[in-house]
Design a protein around this ligand. Structure first.
Ligand SMILES: [Zn+2]
Length: 270
């Protein structure tokens, strides 16, 4: 009986090895496991079967996930989607590789970007067999933070505030959205805020390159933390009705050097 078990273990191990070598070219999104998250919850967030996530990452579906563990979520890219090149891939470190060398070979301009995305504190410490996440290229411009059909319920500009009645600048666009609608990073960047923020309710702020930032307000769930690197099109939270809000919606802002701009200038609102 024992012999059979060893055989079984060995063949499972072999299968894992084979699938591990396949993952290096798999397109997907990088997800860092948060406290208390389970594989089934992550599968639900991304709308991807649990089995596929387990296979892609060479883990068993019943494995306990480690906090901070990085999973590659196999997300199919649809043709015609603005986000089609945004997916990244895994690179398995080979003997003699350096982060600088990997970046150069993969046409990634700045090897420090690889260090940042992968949370590597000492780049000299990468070892053969380590998995390095290579970001995709679809991070030019902004995309809509919702993938559902968008209804703008309040435009950018001066208005009488729906709760205070005061005439003041509405610094973003409001999109009507049922509570629990997925919110996507409009552009690649680093999370600089992920918590409640007065009237904004649960709020996420992303700092992008080139002095732009985006803000997502009135959320019900936040899936990211300050310091996280997020790619364009990555799910960062769920819409809600938190803060000063008269109904479930997403408040979305684009700022340049801290000053609000009309997001409609940057998005295709159709
Ligand atoms: Zn608003």
């Amino acid at each position: 009986m024992k012999k059979v078990n060893i055989h079984l273990v060995l063949s499972v191990f072999l299968m894992l090895l084979i699938s591990a070598s396949r993952t290096s070219s798999c397109i997907g999104e990088l997800h860092q496991v948060k406290k208390g998250e389970t594989l089934s919850e992550i599968a639900r967030i991304y709308d991807v079967p649990m089995k596929r996530i387990a296979q892609t990452n060479s883990i068993a579906s019943y494995d306990r996930l480690q906090i901070g563990e990085k999973l590659l979520i196999p997300v199919a890219s649809k043709p015609g989607n603005a986000n089609e090149n945004a997916g990244g891939s895994w690179y398995i470190v080979k003997p003699g590789d350096s982060l600088y060398g990997i970046a150069r070979k993969q046409n990634i301009e700045d090897w420090k970007k690889l260090q940042q995305i992968n949370g590597i504190s000492n780049p000299k410490r990468i070892r053969p067999g380590d998995r390095i996440f290579l970001p995709g290229e679809g991070d030019i411009g902004f995309i809509k933070p919702l993938r559902t059909k968008v209804y703008v319920t309040s435009k950018y500009g001066y208005r009488n505030h729906p709760i205070s009645g005061r005439y003041r600048l509405h610094e973003g666009i409001d999109f009507r959205a049922a509570t629990g609608t997925r919110v996507y990073a409009s552009k690649t960047g680093t999370i600089t805020y992920a918590a409640r923020k007065g009237g904004y309710g649960k709020t996420i702020n992303i700092q992008h390159e080139d002095d732009f930032s985006t803000t997502y307000g009135h959320l019900s769930r936040i899936y990211v933390s300050v310091g996280d690197f997020v790619r364009q099109g990555q799910i960062i939270g769920l819409t809600g009705n938190s803060g000063h809000s008269t109904g479930p919606h997403l408040h979305f802002e684009v700022r340049y050097k801290g000053k609000s701009e009309n997001p409609a200038r940057y998005l295709e609102l159709r």
